[in-house]
Design a protein around this ligand. Structure first.
Ligand SMILES: [Cu+2]
Length: 413
């Protein structure tokens, strides 16, 4: 039997959902990917008190950060050679995915375990990498392929493009200059993901997957690995270091979806919250962690994804907005930002189109928005904790805006 493949629904290629049954069948022998040693009963994961640090786009890492990332993976690879039984070695780390996807009686794909399990997997993997380079502030980078200029594999993973690079993998179907096909990761793919109305649609439920698990997630796997390369199949995907950057982005998408609307909540069903998985930690201790312990990645797992892109560039946008009082422009030029309390998401509505990637807007910026039109009456409305700011946009630097935040400029044009 051929190895199980990542299912995806992209119409460009063959529809592979028919292999769903095969996904449960181990294609490698159980011994090859089972956890090493005799783990026995797992000790419960304990609260993490490390500093909160940001996972960052892999393409923006400085040279020293790339070196650190390479050093960490080199150390992990070395461990597989120096002590093949060490569960922190790269081969065992890769086999965790194999075990939970192909051997475990409760597979973590195709159902609501997908996002939570991969978050846990990356978390322990990240801590081990940090421990191996003695850096508690190390965080995984992510490959933000939804951005049109980031569709090549991040340079760290392909330069040099040979086995002297611990981030390289020789089975990829993509060359360093190939780009992911836009149709697998572009706005048309991401829009239904960010606007999924509830967790079932977004993250799946018992026995069914959410929208993004097939595409973009599975599509990117197959784009990188083809059907013969490591990334293209469950058993071997973890052997390619790009896997962890790809899945960090998948994890970020979950985080962004949560922030996109107050209704974008994770399941409260105890059957979900009590889902539990075990991993070896950075000290080779066998630990169990529950879904309820990882739903807030920032406070519980000590990483975030930095400022949202909107929040990063908003001060620049404000500089580009020229507001002309009094308000005489047609409503088609209305630029409205709804600002709930700091703890809730912000929704920007541009020409009637919601922009779901917008995150929190700090009060200081809200104040700036209010004052940028001279504080004329009707411009700022504060009711029940909501500040509604209506700005007539006379001119926006859409060229600059487009390069910084394509979604907004698309909505504006
Ligand atoms: Cu994956």
């Amino acid at each position: 039997m051929s190895p199980p493949k990542f299912p995806f629904t992209n119409s460009r290629r063959t529809f592979l959902h028919s292999v769903g049954g095969a996904l449960l069948v181990p294609s490698v022998s159980q011994a090859l990917c089972e956890p090493p040693g005799t783990p026995g009963a797992a000790k419960p994961w304990r609260a993490d008190c490390r500093p909160i640090r940001a996972r960052r786009p892999a393409s923006t890492l400085a040279a020293a950060e790339i070196q650190k990332l390479k050093d960490a993976y080199q150390a992990m690879r070395n461990l597989s050679v120096s002590d093949p039984n060490d569960p922190r070695g790269f081969t065992h780390q890769a086999n965790i995915h194999c075990w939970f996807c192909s051997v475990s009686p409760t597979p973590v794909h195709g159902n609501w375990q997908f996002f939570a399990w991969h978050r846990a997997y990356l978390y322990f993997h990240e801590r081990i990498l940090g421990k191996l380079i003695n850096d508690s502030e190390f965080r995984l980078p992510y490959w933000d392929w939804e951005i049109s200029t980031h569709r090549q594999m991040p340079g760290a993973y392909t330069a040099p493009n040979n086995n002297s690079n611990p981030l390289w993998n020789g089975t990829r179907a993509m060359s360093p200059t190939d780009e992911l096909p836009g149709e697998d990761v572009n706005e048309d793919v991401m829009e239904p993901v960010y606007s999924a109305a509830n967790f079932g649609e977004f993250g799946g439920g018992v026995g069914y997957s959410g929208i993004p698990e097939g595409s973009p997630h599975g599509s990117v796997h197959v784009d990188v690995g083809g059907f013969a390369g490591d990334m293209g199949t469950f058993d071997t995907a973890g052997r390619d270091p790009i896997f962890y950057a790809h899945h960090a982005n998948v994890d970020k998408i979950w985080s962004d979806w949560n922030k996109g609307a107050s209704s974008h909540e994770n399941p409260t069903d105890p059957a979900f919250l009590n889902l539990s998985w075990s991993f070896y930690d950075e000290n080779k201790m066998w630990r169990s962690i529950k879904a309820s312990q990882l739903l807030n990645h920032e406070t519980q797992l000590r990483y975030n994804y930095g400022l949202s892109r909107f929040r990063e560039i908003l001060p620049c946008i404000l500089d580009w907005i020229i507001v002309r009082p009094p308000w005489k422009l047609p409503t088609s030029n209305l630029y409205r930002i709804t600002v709930p309390s700091e703890s809730l998401p912000v929704h920007a509505i541009l020409n009637g189109r919601p922009s779901p990637r917008v995150s929190m807007l700090p009060e200081s910026l809200a104040a700036r928005l209010g004052s940028s039109n001279g504080g004329k009456k009707g411009n700022t409305n504060r009711t029940a904790g909501l500040t509604v700011l209506a700005l007539n946009v006379v001119r926006l630097n859409t060229a600059k805006l487009g390069s910084a935040f394509p979604r907004l400029s698309t909505a504006l044009m």
